[in-house]
Write a protein that binds this ligand. Structure first.
Ligand code: HEC
Ligand code: HEC
Ligand code: HEC
Ligand code: HEC
Length: 138
């Protein structure tokens, strides 16, 4: 009995100092629904939360080292907007697209959607432009 009490007092102490809560702190998962490049020519709808259910963060998010090279996703890293890094000539010659944001978007989103459409007949539609770029209302 005495031991249990000591443990619970110890636990309460750890919680109050934040040592326990820190270990279980929730990662920032970002908004559930995102519209990418809302003022651009082709805004893209992105159901973020729906993708997070099945796809690992690192399929889309990554970092950059001091030399400018891509660094694979690390658990719990801070995730920034794609355009923080994808500007100018980024990915030119590697991915088709006129703008840096288009190359980042198509290199990630469209590439996977094409892949999935090929692998699963039920997902054939997801490679269509209108999946991500719904027709503008006139
Ligand atoms: C299918 C791709 C994809 C997956 C999977 C994904 N994200 Fe994202 N996430 C994005 C995109 C795209 C944005 C919007 C970036 C922008 O606005 O330029 C974003 C935005 C965010 C933001 C907000 C960044 C900001 O500054 O506005 C956070 C935080 C974030 N994601 C965390 C996560 C975490 C944590 C996971 C895993 C649990 C995850 N994401 C999984 C693609 C993804
Ligand atoms: C911290 C900087 C940074 C952020 C933020 C970032 N990227 Fe990147 N990304 C890079 C670097 C650096 C490369 C490597 C460029 C090269 O190979 O020329 C890269 C490469 C890529 C590639 C090429 C294929 C690959 O995986 O190597 C794609 C596609 C891509 N990023 C998409 C995205 C998307 C989508 C987002 C937002 C969810 C994003 N990036 C956010 C730095 C960043
Ligand atoms: C690694 C693969 C992968 C990546 C990367 C990815 N998606 Fe998807 N996306 C899917 C799959 C698979 C589905 C179909 C999900 C389903 O119907 O269950 C989907 C569905 C969607 C849908 C339709 C959702 C619905 O409710 O019908 C939209 C819109 C979408 N994705 C936009 C994007 C955008 C924008 C990006 C990039 C920021 C992106 N996706 C990145 C795999 C991916
Ligand atoms: C899986 C999602 C997805 C599909 C499918 C897709 N795109 Fe995109 N596209 C994006 C994302 C994400 C961006 C970058 C953010 C933005 O500008 O909307 C983008 C950007 C663009 C841009 C650049 C907009 C600008 O202002 O720089 C053009 C043009 C474009 N897409 C055309 C197309 C066309 C044409 C198709 C069909 C062949 C297509 N996209 C299919 C996700 C997609």
């Amino acid at each position: 009995m005495k031991k249990v009490l000591i443990y619970s007092v110890a636990l309460a102490f750890l919680c109050s100092t934040g040592l326990v809560t820190m270990a279980t702190a929730a990662v920032d998962k970002g908004p559930a629904e995102i519209t990418l490049n809302p003022d651009g020519k082709k805004p893209a709808l992105f159901p973020h939360a729906k993708h997070q259910e099945k796809i690992k963060c690192g399929e889309c998010h990554h970092g950059k080292d001091a030399a400018g090279k891509k660094v694979a996703y690390v658990e719990g890293q801070k995730n920034e907007k794609c355009v923080t890094c994808h500007t100018g000539d980024m990915l030119k010659g590697k991915v088709k697209g006129k703008t840096a944001i288009q190359r980042a978007g198509h290199g990630n989103c469209l590439a996977c959607h094409k892949d999935m459409a090929k692998k699963d007949a039920k997902l054939k539609k997801i490679k269509k432009c209108t999946t991500c770029h719904p027709k503008k209302k006139k």
